[in-house]
Write a protein that binds this ligand. Structure first.
Ligand SMILES: Nc1ncnc2c1ncn2[C@@H]1O[C@H](COP(=O)(O)OP(=O)(O)OP(=O)(O)O)[C@@H](O)[C@H]1O
Length: 779
């Protein structure tokens, strides 16, 4: 028997022993769980019986709280044990993926350390059979090759010598392969993992985290961590492992619901939703920025979403005022516009605030003018939200006065007649309580009437009170509109600030939709910012970590806003500025402004240049289509060169797309995406292809994607990957503008194993940039 097999047998023997221990612990735990469950059911039953039997007994109240606490503690430990059992079940399949032998300091024998997705203690409760991949010692595995190595622990740095680093693929308790890694995490395992088929859910990468990714995952010092990386370099993967790491490292203080991930769309959300649970952690809160905007201002307007804006950008070029709207989008995304709004807020401190009449039953109770006059009586040194607080108090008092007058109105009399006996009884009892029956100044019937009238008016005035408390009487849409409607009348805040070139046209673009209660996407964040400046910031103090994925599509304005929204949070921002498909301000073209948000001392920047998603030929092809693409390194995974199919008719195009799909299916690919430029083109392509093949259309509302053939607009495919990609029409006619280069690059980089680029007409300029030896041309 060779040494390799000898060691492999020994290794399998150890796996068997560990699996045996897992089985034992799982059986014990299952027994305990069964007992705990019976206890909880029994406890609940007795608890409710006791509550209902002795309800009148004062002692019951005292014990009620105590019993509830015991019950919830029991339920909590039950859930913890259940979670542990799940972890054991997952460990049983693959108890570990790595081993390091590490001799620390002067120790004679190296300690053998096995790494898995969770820790496992031996029966003695002291020895670790498996270490969690996030434990301090596990860092050695990711950061070092055999030789001198060191790692940090809470009690200091441990230095020593790594004598062995080994990787395993263990499935169903059997070692399928095993490699000794000399350098970083061995390429063999990565080759195997990356060669697998795409999944409709993202996988965890704990077994093969690369050194530069580990840096991102384990960073705990920076306030802002900026990760810039090529398409497929593992930004999203690193972000998810980072969340899992933080939850482990700070398990005493940090809960999953204190981490929030802003992702590009719902489908992406569902794509990444399984990674944390797979690692045994609860999922973090996931949302999209649009969802947040809709939650805050969706009831006031019909909100345009980023995809509608995107469709306009991609398809509206022929419209006469296209350039003006683009200028507006860019300006409203900038820091300058934020400053502009802040000057406007200062101006509002002196004049210009707009209010709405407070109306009840078609009558003005308090006019907008009265409210405005009162508002400007408060000291101008007070911030607007504080003055509004005072104003609301004043309005509530005024409303009370109005309520007293209202009681005498005929409509109250009418309602009173409709009241039933119970209401009168209640009024009578109320009177007794107030001991007013004894007051000879009141006749009984009159007092009863007063009480009932007061009650009727109170009920009707309650919504008004709530509106006042929520500042609904401040006409924020009007205030925003005023900014664009009559700048010449509002000169003060304009001083020293330049206006965009097409200011008048931008005003027109803003006011038009607002007049119809529609808010364009570029106006949504500024509108919310203005609202917050006036009414006070609704900050979220519970969130501790904000992750922003696909950050290249956030504007300067949005970053500054998010920072303000989560004042107690650290930020991890991940993006690839080569995939910037939305139009924003110039400043957010790169990360310079982002860097300045928290200051250099609090910011860490990491660049990932190696791309893992696609085969080497695909990466060589895609990187040639973008400036600076040569800095992207391909991971050495071989495959076919991309195929470019050029035709000169729509029928020819459809025939070529179909033949590509069939060829890719025959190769065994399970997820094949036909990527189009826009939603409209996707609908057309779907219509043309669906008669021939079972094919699904992905739209912005699509919540999850499954294996199969899909048609999808490029901007929705952002962040996701497929076994094979067919670009539907890469002609000059479709991708003719320089601004569409990044969209084309984003679409092509979604492919893991095969890429076919079809086109009806001439090559687009970016395709022309790719040297012909990097693809097969079919004409
Ligand atoms: N260390 C790794 N081990 C195994 N697979 C990896 C590793 N890093 C990345 N991958 C794989 O590479 C692919 C791309 O990763 P991911 O989606 O995280 O990249 P990204 O940088 O976010 O890409 P994009 O910018 O295109 O959205 C995924 O399939 C992921 O599992």
């Amino acid at each position: 028997m060779s040494a390799e097999f000898e060691s492999r047998d020994e290794e399998q023997k150890r796996v068997d022993e560990v699996v045996g221990e897992i089985d034992k612990q799982a059986a014990d735990l299952a027994g305990e769980l069964g007992q705990k469950k019976t206890d909880i059911v029994e406890f609940r039953k007795n608890f409710w019986e006791e509550v209902s039997l002795n309800f009148e007994d004062a002692g019951t109240y005292a014990s009620l709280k105590q019993q509830t606490e015991i019950l919830s503690e029991n339920e909590r430990t039950y859930q913890l044990s259940q979670k542990k059992l799940h972890t054991l079940t997952r460990l049983k399949q693959s108890p570990y993926f790595g081993r390091i032998d590490f001799r620390d300091g002067d120790a004679r024998q190296p300690e053998v350390i096995y790494l898995g997705i969770a820790s496992l203690l031996a029966a003695n409760g002291l020895d670790f059979l498996v270490y969690d991949w996030r434990a301090p010692v596990s860092n050695l595995y990711y950061d070092y090759s055999p030789g001198p190595a060191r790692y940090d622990t809470p009690s200091g740095v441990i230095e020593g010598d790594m004598t062995l680093k080994r990787q395993y693929v263990i499935r169903n308790g059997r070692i399928e392969s095993m490699f000794d890694a000399s350098l970083t995490i061995g390429d063999e395992l990565l080759q195997e993992v990356l060669g697998q088929q795409a999944n409709s859910q993202m996988r965890s990468i704990v077994a093969t985290i690369q050194k530069e990714q580990n840096l991102i995952i384990r960073d705990v010092t920076s306030q802002l961590l900026i990760v810039q990386g090529a398409a497929g370099s593992g930004k999203t993967s690193a972000a998810l492992q980072r969340a899992a790491y933080l939850l482990y490292r700070f398990r005493e203080h940090l809960r999953a619901d204190q981490i929030v991930l802003f992702s590009p769309n719902h489908m992406f959300n569902s794509y990444v939703a399984t990674v944390l649970p797979e690692l045994g952690e609860d999922n973090m809160a996931q949302t999209t920025f649009q969802e947040y905007l809709a939650h805050r201002i969706g009831s006031l307007f019909q909100l345009e979403d980023p995809f509608q804006q995107m469709e306009y950008i991609l398809s509206g070029m022929s419209e006469s005022d296209y350039a003006q709207r683009i200028e507006g989008i860019q300006w409203k995304a900038s820091k300058e516009f934020m400053l502009f709004l802040e000057h406007y807020v200062d101006y509002l401190g002196h004049e210009g605030m707009l209010f709405q009449d407070i109306i009840f039953r078609d009558e003005i109770l308090l006019s907008a003018q009265t409210i405005e006059d009162q508002f400007y009586t408060y000291a101008s040194s007070l911030r607007l939200p504080n003055r509004l607080g005072l104003l609301s108090e004043w309005l509530l008092k005024e409303l009370k006065k109005q309520a007293i007058q209202e009681r005498e109105k005929p409509w109250v009399e009418d309602e009173m007649e409709l009241l039933d006996r119970e209401e009168y009884n209640w009024a009578y009892q109320e009177l007794q309580k107030q001991e007013r029956l004894a007051d000879p100044a009141f006749s009984d019937s009159r007092s009863e009437r007063d009480i009932l009238a007061a009650r009727i008016v109170d009920v009707h005035f309650r919504p008004l009170q709530q509106d006042i408390q929520q500042f609904a009487y401040v006409d924020i849409p009007g205030i925003y509109l005023q900014l664009f409607a009559s700048l010449e009348n509002l000169p003060i805040f304009n001083e020293g600030l330049g206006l965009p070139q097409h200011w008048q046209a931008i005003c027109k673009h803003t006011v038009g939709p607002l007049d119809q209660a529609k808010l364009l996407y570029e106006d949504a964040t500024p509108f919310l910012y203005l609202t917050e400046c006036i009414e006070g910031f609704q900050t979220n103090n519970t969130i501790r970590h904000v992750f922003i994925d696909e950050a290249q599509d956030f504007s300067t304005f949005q970053f500054m806003f998010i920072k303000r929204l989560f004042p107690r949070s650290r930020m991890t921002v991940l993006g690839d500025w080569n995939q910037r498909i939305f139009i924003h301000d110039q400043a957010s073209e790169d990360t310079e402004l982002l860097q300045s948000l928290y200051g250099d001392d609090n910011t860490q920047s990491v660049r990932l240049t190696r791309s893992y998603r696609s085969t080497q030929p695909i990466i060589e092809f895609t990187r040639a289509s973008i400036p600076g693409g040569q800095t992207i390194e391909a991971f050495d995974r071989q495959g076919n060169k991309p195929t470019v199919k050029q035709v000169r008719s729509t029928d020819g195009l459809i025939a070529q797309v179909l033949s590509s799909i069939l060829e890719l299916q025959n190769k065994g690919h399970r997820t094949i995406a036909i990527i189009c430029k826009t939603a409209n083109e996707s609908i057309e392509a779907h219509r043309a292809l669906q008669a021939k093949l079972p094919i699904r259309l992905v739209e912005k509302e699509t919540a999850a994607f499954a294996a199969g053939i899909i048609v999808i607009p490029a901007y929705l495919a952002k962040g996701i990957e497929f076994d094979a990609v067919v670009i539907y029409d890469a002609s000059q006619h479709k991708y003719g503008q320089e601004s569409e280069r990044k969209l084309f690059y984003t679409a092509c980089t979604r492919a893991m194993h095969d890429l076919h680029v079809c086109l009806n007409g001439d090559f687009n300029p970016f395709l022309s940039d790719v040297p012909p030896h990097l693809y097969h041309l079919i004409q």
